[in-house]
Design a protein around this ligand. Structure first.
Ligand code: HEM
Length: 241
């Protein structure tokens, strides 16, 4: 579900396959390699490690639940914990492309979909905690709340935008949608902005804006980097025309 910018995937899949003129070049050309596979067979263990590590927030909630450490208000603890981890995974997912470009470490792309799906997973847990344990499936009450409280309205919008990204994350969907897939997955930028607004509004009422400011700065940096790259590419393109 990760936001793929430009032609990242195409470029990295075909990289390292240039023609050679020595004797070895007489051999048939190797098939294009997936990004990251050139480093050997470490990618699968690394993916398993990331998968397990990303379960930490859930394991923590379960462990605290069994050991009676969820505090005086367990619903609030779970809602806040899952909300914050949703935002963390959105930021990590958005950081993949800048990190890849800045370090040249293409293998990072292999982790992006999993990280994006974890953002959706924790977002779904966050929303489920709200409509199950906070609102007890009272649809009328939920609709009223979404309409009445702006911080809930934008949180809901942020989560709704994540749904099509999760649904279209399988490789078959990437192939089927083609360029439209990239356009669709840019919705993660709107999700990130709405998530910050949600967090900001929620904490503004409590006069505690330290964390929203930190995450806001991270999201501005991650989105600002993309705008800067886009502007630079346009200037270069104009200069060539
Ligand atoms: C991408 C989607 C979302 C993200 C990233 C997100 C993120 C967050 C964050 C960071 C917090 C504050 C955690 C803290 O206090 O440390 C929070 C709290 C909360 N969110 Fe969300 N949220 C999302 C969607 C939603 C949705 C869809 C709802 C419900 C319709 C919702 C309802 C709440 C509630 C009720 C709280 C706790 C308010 C309180 O304890 O006073 N959020 N969310």
């Amino acid at each position: 579900m990760a936001a793929r910018m430009g032609t990242d995937t195409t470029r990295t899949l075909t990289a390292g396959n240039g023609a050679r003129t020595d004797a070895k070049a007489m051999k048939p050309a190797a098939a294009p390699r997936k990004p990251g596979t050139s480093a050997g067979g470490w990618i699968v263990p690394a993916k398993i490690a990331v998968f397990v590590a990303a379960l930490y927030p859930l394991a923590r909630i379960v462990l605290f639940g069994f050991t009676d450490r969820l505090g005086a208000n367990p619903i609030e603890f779970i809602t806040r914990s899952t909300g914050l981890w949703t935002l963390v995974f959105i930021c990590i997912t958005l950081a993949v492309t800048p990190l890849r470009k800045l370090t040249g470490w293409n293998a990072l792309l292999r982790f992006r979909r999993m990280l994006g799906l974890y953002a959706f997973f924790y977002g779904a847990l966050h929303f489920t905690t709200y409509f199950w344990f906070d609102k007890w499936f009272d649809l009328a009450e939920i609709v009223k709340d979404i309409g009445k409280r702006p911080f809930i309205t934008v949180g809901f919008a942020a989560f709704v935008l994540l749904i099509p990204l999760a649904v279209t994350s399988p490789k078959a969907m990437v192939r089927k949608l083609g360029r439209r897939w990239q356009t669709l997955h840019r919705a993660i930028y709107a999700t990130a902005a709405l998530a910050i607004l949600h967090f900001w509004w929620m904490k503004a009422g409590k006069h505690d804006l330290i964390l929203p400011k930190i995450y806001g700065a991270i999201v501005i940096a991650l989105l600002g980097w993309r705008v800067a790259v886009w502007a630079r590419d346009r200037v270069r393109q104009r200069a060539r025309e």
